[in-house]
Design a protein around this ligand. Structure first.
Ligand code: ADP
Ligand code: GN1
Ligand code: MG
Length: 370
């Protein structure tokens, strides 16, 4: 795909029906997948209007048309519910701005796909927890995302096959180590051994699913803290964003991915591992908020497995970072050398820390599993 050129972004901008005079366009946010821009327009009486413009990652999302069908389907569904509940549909869900031809995306002359969203005003997304209350509110909102329970799951396209099939990802990892295309395996033997020693963690949910013990739900599948907008005034989790991976999945994984990112005491790419641990205070806050948001919709078994969700998602993510490092950094955007290796190390440090705190995590969840 290469970098976005000036000509390419200008072509995309020209093909959406924005009003007013373009004041600025700048790269925005810290997502690892898409190329996100914030555009500011001056509109005569109304002042400044902001919009989000994204070049979708077509190497990862190989069927952008189907992906946008999901996004339009989900956001239309949420919009209706928000209106029924007296909420603000401009701020509580993503809103797709169609291209000039009426499609929910624009295909540029290089064959790349662009989409645009209404900018969610007076709200912020965070890369780390600044206030525990924000984390609690994000938990309520991600839990509340279970209102998607009555979304017709059969209409959802699978945007990335086997996205959280940790068992399959373990096999991909082993193949990647065997190929070692960049000759990087020798220097990361400790990390490779860590993965190999955790095959049981890779298999646990797959095995339970084989036995029919876990319900498939409509889940978000990428519930990190920077995929939720927190209202600057009220501190509430106002809008769940990044809907690219909304697919049938496991509730424990939605819970777990939030823990791996938000309950960590350090950034995802912290290089000083002594700073990295899983905060039990933040873990408890999130358990409480998530279960409140889910409003009794999870089975006792699902709740019991929440700590496992945290461990599985953290392990899986670390394994994915390491796979990408070994493969030459094609998947996640990197901003420095060995960035994916640094990210992998924080995840494995977290897994090891969760193993130490396993009994505490179980006790916390048991307190709320009524
Ligand atoms: P990626 O898949 O690369 O993570 P996201 O869709 O999550 O892409 O967008 C990246 C970042 O851009 C988000 O973390 C958020 O900070 C910001 N963002 C995305 N959409 C909006 C929006 N509609 N309003 C405000 N900020 C947004
Ligand atoms: C990616 O798109 P973003 O940055 O919100 C990734 C997640 C990982 C996360 C790790 C589609 O999320 O699965 O957990 O990075 N998204 C995709 O930070 O692969
Ligand atoms: Mg994101």
């Amino acid at each position: 795909m290469g970098r976005v050129s000036e000509a390419q972004i200008n072509e995309a901008i020209a093909n959406f029906d924005y009003e007013g005079k373009l004041l600025s366009k700048e790269p925005f946010g810290s997502g690892h997948i898409n190329d996100t821009y914030l555009l500011k327009y001056e509109i005569s009486e109304m002042g400044i209007l902001k919009v989000i413009l994204q070049r979708m990652n077509r190497e990862i999302f190989t069927n952008p048309v189907e992906l946008m069908e999901n996004v339009v389907g989900v956001t239309t569904f949420l919009r209706k519910k928000i209106i029924e509940n007296g909420g603000d549909p401009e701020r509580e869900t993503l809103n797709v701005i169609p291209a000039k031809d009426g499609k929910p995306y624009y295909v540029d002359s290089k064959g790349e796909y662009w989409r645009s969203y209404v900018y969610i005003t007076d709200a912020s997304s965070y890369d780390q927890v600044e206030k525990p209350e924000d984390f609690y509110e994000s938990a309520v909102a991600f839990g509340h995302f279970q209102r998607m329970a009555d979304y017709p799951a059969e209409t959802l396209n699978e945007t990335i096959k086997g996205f959280h099939d940790t068992r399959a990802r373990f096999q991909v990892f082993k193949d990647t180590v065997a190929k070692d295309v960049c000759g990087r395996a020798a220097e990361v033997q400790d990390e490779i051994n860590f993965v190999l020693a955790h095959e049981d963690v890779a298999n646990v949910f797959g095995e339970l699913q084989d036995k029919g013990k876990l319900p498939l739900r409509v889940t978000h599948n990428d519930t990190k803290l920077n995929n939720i907008m927190i209202d600057d005034k009220t501190g509430k989790g106002i809008c769940v964003i990044d809907l690219d991976t909304v697919m049938p999945g496991l509730a424990m994984n939605d819970f777990g991915d939030s823990i791996r990112f938000g309950a960590s005491t350090a950034a995802e790419d912290e290089t000083d591992l002594s700073k990295v641990s899983c905060s039990m205070d933040l873990f408890e806050i999130y358990v409480k908020g998530f279960l409140e948001g889910c409003d009794g919709k999870l089975t006792k078994k699902e709740v019991e497995l929440l700590p496992m969700g945290a461990k599985v998602m953290t392990f899986e993510c670390g394994m994915r970072f390491l796979t990408d490092y070994l493969d030459g950094d094609h998947y996640f955007k990197i901003h420095r050398e060995k960035h994916n290796l640094d990210r992998c190390r924080t995840q494995f440090k977290l897994v090891a820390d969760m193993e130490k705190k396993w009994d505490i995590m179980q006790e916390i969840v048991a307190k709320y599993n009524r």
